[in-house]
Write a protein that binds this ligand. Sequence first.
Ligand SMILES: [Zn+2]
Length: 420
Amino acid sequence: MEQTKTAKQYGTRAAALLQRIRELSLITDEPGIINRVYGTPAFVQAGSLVLSWMEEAGLEAHIDPVGNIRGRWDCGNPAAKTLLIGSHYDTVVDAGAFDGPLGILLGLDLLELVTGLQQQLPFHIELLAFCDEEGVRFHTTYLGSKAVAGLFETELLDKRDEQGIALRQAIQAIGGDPGGLAQASVAGKELLGYIEAHIEQGPVLYERAIPVAVVTGIAGQKRILLSFTGEAGHAGTVPMPMRRDALCCAAACILAIEDFARQQAGLVATVGKLDIPHAASNVIPGKVDCTLDLRSTDEEELAAAWQSLQKVLNDICRQRAVLFSYNMVQSSAPVSCDPRLIRLLSRAIGDAGHQVVSLSSGAGHDVVPLSAICPVAMLFVRCYKGISHHPLEDVEEDDIAATIQVMEGFLKQMVFNYDQ
Ligand SMILES: [Zn+2]
């Protein structure tokens, strides 16, 4: 009887949360699709709505200098540490409704519970709705969480969007303060940790019919530009044995990359963009540039994979008399979630009656910058067929209820195990 009552209570909260997700999803710069990149009118409107929800929940809420919406619940003890909970409210173009808002609203739901409690918690809680995780407008991710972690590089302010508007101007336009970003940062010693719930963005939980999973870490990533230089020539006159076709060479290399990654557990490799300068149907391609995205949660394996791949690519290019060169565009190290928080979160999942499954994240999240200042944890929530960054992105109401229960269990674990 008691159990049915509890299940019903989670169900009611899940329905209310889903309602808010729907409400947020209607705030868009382009009617008919969800489009809410940093600094646009829809972005500002969504931020105001989140702010008003935080205020209604009884939190001390404000918008920080970069545009993060922050709501604080104070436990009354000035010496106590703070638990951060959050996710992001910006979206990609033609996004789904759940990527980001789900984590914010799960935190809000938990804080609504906390503000209604009779007894005090031993620590403060701050809810963070980060302003730019996707990095669509300025091609640079984690603007909001970098500011909170004190990692915001000032040269980023000069980055420009496609209209030529500098990030500095965009921050001013939303009422922020590009000169005061340091005020957004939090000292690590004041923090208990950061937890984020997020849709899995992959098919594992969907395929295995499990609602949630604990995340062990975020994959490190290398983005490399590969260049193949052969010799252009007439498609009708250069005999086949005499050709140095850069595109055929690139094709052989791309298949070799796929083959290599298939044989390495934990490694994923993707060539997502191919550029053939001066391409024409009657010209043998003389040059090809392509991107390589290489990810693994193991830093040494990632470095070793790139070393081995260079040898593979060099060998293929040598055989085809094509010149190979590369440019490392971006390299980020893997991030490990905190073992203690993983343990507490796993316990909460088990207590809620679910199988405890561990997954690593191939996608980046706001936990990456925050891991520089405090222990971090992540909870993955099953999403329909693993689809994300797409209108078909969906989460079942039952899974939201399950996640609410796990988040609540995690908070209880944090309280039981709090020692200062
Ligand atoms: Zn996200």
